[in-house]
Ligand binder design. Sequence first.
Ligand code: C5P
Length: 314
Amino acid sequence: MTVTIRSFAKINLGLRIGAAREDGFHELLTVYQTIGLRDVVQVSVGRGNGIEIQCTDSRVPKDQSNTCCRIVEKAMAALRAKGRVVIDIEKRLPVQGGLGGASSNAVAALLGLERALKKTLPAEERLRIAAEVGSDLPLFLVGGTVLGVGRGEQVYPLEDLPGLACVVVTPEVGVSTPKAFAEWDRKLTLPAASDRMNELGRGFSAWLSQMYSGAPFRRGRRENPLLELVRAGIKNDFEEVVFPEYPELSEGKSALERAGAKYASLSGSGSTLYGLFTSKEAARGAEARLRKQGWAAQATVTLPRRGYWKRIFR
Ligand code: C5P
């Protein structure tokens, strides 16, 4: 049996880098949001043993280092299952793009494997295995609007934002996440790392409660989540180290803003940029305008949790 899974992308709505830890990771605070752009992952289990990765994109590793291989190996052991697992990845998302493509592919492989074997792991064990493979995997086991803390692997579902119109720009640059963290340490380690984390924490809290607690004349307005996001001054720290190295990414953010984005940002460590718009029409207009200017732009929507889980299996 072959199981087909939609492997959706994420963006980061704000990201703050905290102190470097003894284990080589950094403390992190971010809000992840799943979006409609996706890869497609197919999983089948047959006789024999081993794991095979099929993908026509030469940048995707086909060996043991592939995140799908790593998670399937762990899941097969945990499920005490045997067989040859073949994973086919139809790559549409950028590689090293800050959209969590490889992480999402791994979670899709895990979900597909469980279906193919007709066996499931307890939810806690899925989360544990996912976190062992990478900091950005567990969010895809929650979906929708997700708070990420720790090194980004500790995830909590937040009240979902409504589906927001979004344009994603994918420049042809691959940014290495470990290098971006190292650059942050070299250039910008600030003494009061925990104060900065607390500051963004307050920003998130103010932003997400404003719809209910804000001044009565503002309450209930449709554009509130977007306006409050801007007002709360929520930003992605990676822009500080990635934009100076790749000035075209900073230009991409400005291009999104000029095309009408109410909020624009780098996603993760990049190179993907996104803009949030007040309507689908505005996003489609921006997509056309940006393409004319030579940017690889795609209009999509943010995916709340229910829609995410409904659309994963097809
Ligand atoms: O967890 P993941 O495999 O995505 O991490 C890749 C690398 O990025 C880590 O080895 C580490 O160098 C860096 N990283 C970090 N702090 C985080 C997440 C990742 O320093 N919170």
